[in-house]
Design a binder for this molecule. Structure first.
Ligand code: ASP
Length: 591
């Protein structure tokens, strides 16, 4: 028997017991005639003690144990002389009588501590050592609990967990596919699912009624802190439902997860619902952070054509936010804000500001163009009071400017400490547009995905003004992060064909790529709809983390590489030959 207890288990009530523990050496300390070893496993740390006077040979051996050696120690539980109230086992220690080295260890390349000295790359290369660190391990425990409670809740609601294949055909969700060559079908490729979208719809045609799956999805797109090439969804689909039915079930799941996994009671009131249009108008985002106000105020009626400021006079949109308590910002601080909105990521032309002084007067960067009355009207419209800083942006395309102003709002919210990670503001964003125009592709694209149903009352507009059609689609947003999204689906082959047509597919292309789905719809497809949560994102929100990497056991870096496995990597010529794949000659290197 390797152990009788774990390293996190023993308490003062166990005093006097003979126990055996196994684990890793966290640290070895020599103090006077005593040697202490902190022994660690997944469950905690227990102090082992060796006494030079009572057993010199054993104590000498203990002194030679290096960090991360794997040990088995047998001894007696005793009360500690100097207790440590920071650890659950801090009242006891084990006076060791037998010590066995189960495995030696090289000195780890970084410290295995709560705060390590290891940089990101090093930690990822030795991720198995990084995972020994308590904060990283805690994230995986949280993720486990999250999955478990998801299964528990959805099972209680009658959902079946059904696996779908990973080697499939293309499942368009707006990203590039990862493709896998088929040896048995030379020249043909599988695509890894961007999501099980079409498969879960087929499960509805199959009468499964309520499906879910905790499932890997693969999207070949540029990576950011909250994106990985493979990520996990809680994917769900239901039959004979409308939007309200889905919202009810998944609001229930969300509240259940908050309560059971995080101990946060979100109360009985339903989540707020806002239309996409209202979100854009008030917050410049389809995933507004509702932990704080600073809502947009449209200012064209006050500032357009009322002074000599050409920028505003020719703008299609002028909007402002009122930042409390920041009227004292220095010129330098304001220049920094201007540089921020002008940065390439945001791309705005500039920023206008107005300060409300203690006596209530307004001083702005465009004073010379406007009368004091107009500035007073600005203050009035913004409902600004003494000490407020008004920040104004304008542009010739309303939604583009709103998105830029949104970045500024988020920055200022963060600076004022209003984006507290322990506070949660959830809402549903509904009534998304069905399509969005792509400049790059010069065509309408599905805003959610091509299987999303239009609002029934908008169906006639598909022929006359498709760009104005609204979709039966919804997103769940938490603290400015889209945690989930879904839609009511099209279940009619004719309507589906029409959407493919609007999206620029010829009937032949649509048939070749989605014939299986349109065909299935001819065999009695029930009305259905669903949604998917981004599991990694949701768990990282629970953990208060900015990056989803920290909740994934073996994540990839920003270049999509697994630096531990050194993947992706070239393969042997023989493997390529078998697949009948020839690589293009490498591009000549630039000198
Ligand atoms: N398949 C969708 C996605 O991955 C979710 C859904 O519509 O159910 O975003």
């Amino acid at each position: 028997m390797y152990r009788t207890h774990t390293c996190g288990e023993l308490r003062l009530t166990d005093a006097g017991k003979t126990v055996t523990l196994s684990g890793w050496v966290q640290r070895v300390r020599k103090m006077g005639g005593m040697t202490f070893i902190d022994l660690r496993d997944r469950y905690g740390i227990t102090q082992l003690v060796f006494n030079q006077e009572t057993d010199a040979a054993l104590c000498d051996r203990a002194n030679k144990m290096g960090r991360e050696f794997v040990l088995q120690a047998t001894g007696t539980v005793g009360e500690r002389f100097s207790k440590n109230d920071k650890m659950p086992t801090g009242d006891i220690e084990i006076t060791v009588t037998e010590l066995r080295v189960l495995n030696e260890a090289l000195t780890p390349p970084f410290t295995i501590e709560e705060h390590t000295d290891g940089g990101d790359d090093l930690r990822m290369k030795y991720r198995y050592l990084d995972l020994r660190r308590e904060p990283v391990r805690r994230n995986l425990e949280l993720r486990h609990k999250f999955c478990l409670e998801t299964r528990r809740y959805l099972d209680s609601e009658g959902f079946l967990e059904i696996e779908t294949p990973v080697l499939v055909g293309s499942t368009p969700e707006g990203a590039r596919d990862f493709i896998v060559p088929s040896r048995m079908n030379p020249g043909s490729f599988y695509a890894l699912p961007q999501s099980p979208q079409t498969l879960k719809q087929l499960l509805m045609v199959a009468g499964m009624d309520k499906y879910f799956q905790i499932v890997k999805c693969f999207r070949d797109e540029d990576l950011r802190a909250d994106r990985q090439p493979e990520f996990t969804q809680i994917d769900c689909e239901m039959s004979f439902v409308e939007q309200d039915d889905i919202i009810r079930v998944f609001e229930g799941l969300t509240k259940h997860l908050f309560r059971t996994v995080r101990g946060t009671d979100l109360g009985d009131t339903p989540f707020l619902r806002l239309s996409w249009e209202e979100c854009m108008r008030r917050f410049g985002s389809d995933k507004p952070d509702m932990r704080f106000g600073m809502e947009f105020v449209e200012l064209a009626d006050v500032l357009k054509g009322t002074g000599d400021f050409g920028v505003f006079n020719s703008a299609a949109y002028i909007g402002g936010i009122c930042v409390p308590g920041c009227a004292s910002y220095t010129r330098k601080q304001l220049d920094e804000l201007t540089a921020f909105v002008r940065s390439p990521q945001i791309g705005a032309k500039g920023l206008v500001y107005a300060r409300v002084a203690d006596d209530g007067t307004v001083k702005s960067s465009v004073d010379k163009f406007y009368s004091p009355e107009t500035l007073a009207a600005l203050k009035e419209k913004m409902q600004a009071t003494a000490g407020d800083l008004i920040l104004i942006m304008s542009g010739d395309e309303a939604n583009r400017t709103r998105k830029q102003l949104c970045e500024l709002r988020l920055l200022m919210g963060g600076r004022l400490g209003l984006r507290d990670k322990n506070k949660f503001a959830l809402l549903w964003v509904v009534d998304f547009p069905m399509f969005e125009w792509s400049d790059e592709q010069q065509r309408l694209m599905a805003m959610h995905h091509p299987f999303t149903a239009p609002k029934p009352e908008d169906v006639p507009l598909l022929d006359t003004d498709p760009a104005s059609v609204k979709a039966n689609a919804y997103d769940m947003v938490c603290n400015g992060v889209e945690v989930g999204g879904g839609s009511i689906r099209i279940h009619d082959a004719v309507l589906q064909a029409k959407i493919f047509d609007i999206l620029g597919f010829t009937p032949e292309q649509a048939q070749a790529q989605f014939g299986f789905l349109m065909n299935a719809f001819k065999y009695g497809a029930p009305p259905h709809g669903g949604l998917a949560y981004g599991l990694d994102r949701f768990v990282s929100l629970f953990a208060g983390l900015d990056s989803i990497r920290d909740v994934i056991a073996f994540p990839k870096n920003n270049a999509g590489r697994d630096v531990m496995l050194d993947a992706p990597a070239p393969v042997a010529q023989a493997q390529l030959d078998e697949l009948q794949i020839a690589l293009a000659p490498a591009e000549p290197q630039q000198p």
